[in-house]
Write a protein that binds this ligand. Structure first.
Ligand SMILES: NC(=O)c1ccc[n+]([C@@H]2O[C@H](COP(=O)([O-])OP(=O)(O)OC[C@H]3O[C@@H](n4cnc5c(N)ncnc54)[C@H](OP(=O)(O)O)[C@@H]3O)[C@@H](O)[C@H]2O)c1
Length: 274
């Protein structure tokens, strides 16, 4: 075990609860791999304490932290400055504590696109159909638009889909019950709902109408292969799993806090999947 010195760099992940988070394992693997004098710790923080804890961490010398459910919108509000992607997503998942104040970024969209590329999928290959209109959907839609893809949003609650489309012009909206019938018009299908996750109901999304070149991405990573991805593979479609997105979204934060740009590779995938 590596021992810390008095000048160790510190970061962590704030969630409520946080015990399920795989981020300590991701960053811990990189810290060990690069022999860095630093630590990345889980920080369970209830919503009512979130703003005070963030300011206290900055004052206590932390370099920054990740933010996970349910704090991503609250993190946006606590920042002195946010980057363009965070602004469009209305949510922050990565905080940097700088002498100029608290900087917020949203790296979920970056992680999603980097993972697509790692699977050989061009994010701008054609129109994307995004299932869901939550925080992750917004970050992914913004990132796909930045890559030049046309985005359609399809969500169970139509008001939420409309609000998301209004925030991300020229995104379009598709009624939830038309998702399977409209599939032939798309090059990329993305599940950003929590359906298909362990302990949640399955996602009902038949793929019969898929165009032959459709890529199917699921950002749910527990289980690693969702029923949606299994069906895509069985039909000979490209399937892109969600754990890779989680690994890639961690890269910019680690780089900013610890000064090394880390690699996402097979070994990291195995360690975090275990
Ligand atoms: N791989 C990664 O790195 C990564 C990163 C971030 C998030 N995620 C995962 O992505 C998922 C969504 O996260 P989030 O932060 O965007 O959550 P969120 O803001 O709570 O959004 C949840 C979405 O799921 C939909 N949904 C929930 N139950 C549904 C049901 N029974 N039928 C139809 N739609 C339903 C919601 O639709 P309504 O609007 O109708 O409620 C909403 O669009 C979670 O599973 C999370 O773990 C993965």
């Amino acid at each position: 075990m590596r021992l810390l010195t008095g000048s160790a760099r510190l970061a962590g992940v704030i969630g409520w609860p946080v015990a399920h988070s795989r981020s300590p394992r991701i960053h811990g693997t990189w810290l060990e791999r690069h022999g860095i004098d630093g630590a990345y710790v889980p920080l369970p923080v209830a919503p009512e304490h979130f703003p005070n804890v963030v300011r206290a961490l900055a004052q206590a010398g932390f370099a920054g932290c990740n933010v996970t459910i349910p704090h991503k919108e609250a993190a946006f509000a606590v920042c002195d400055r946010v980057d363009e992607t965070a602004h469009r997503a209305g949510a922050v998942n990565t905080l940097m504590f700088t002498p100029q104040g608290i900087e917020g970024r949203n790296t979920d969209g970056y992680g999603f696109v980097a993972n697509l590329r790692a699977h050989g999928v061009n994010p701008a290959a054609g129109p994307a159909l995004i299932l869901g209109a939550g925080g992750a959907a917004r970050a992914i839609a913004a990132a796909l638009q930045d890559e030049g893809a046309a985005v359609t949003i399809c969500n169970r609650s139509p008001q939420r889909a409309e609000a998301m489309a209004a925030a991300l012009p020229p995104a379009r909206v598709l009624p939830w019950d038309q998702r399977a019938a409209a599939l032939a018009d798309y090059a990329l299908l993305v599940n950003t709902t929590s359906l298909g996750m362990v302990h949640n109901p399955p996602l009902e999304m038949p793929l019969e109408r898929a165009a032959p070149g459709l890529a199917v991405a699921d950002i749910v990573y527990a289980p690693l292969e969702t029923a949606l991805l299994a069906e895509a593979t069985a039909r000979g479609l490209k399937a892109v799993e969600g754990l890779g997105m989680l690994l890639h979204q961690a890269v910019p934060g680690f780089h900013a806090w610890f000064g090394v740009r880390p690699e996402v590779d097979e070994e990291l995938y195995r360690i975090v999947a275990a």
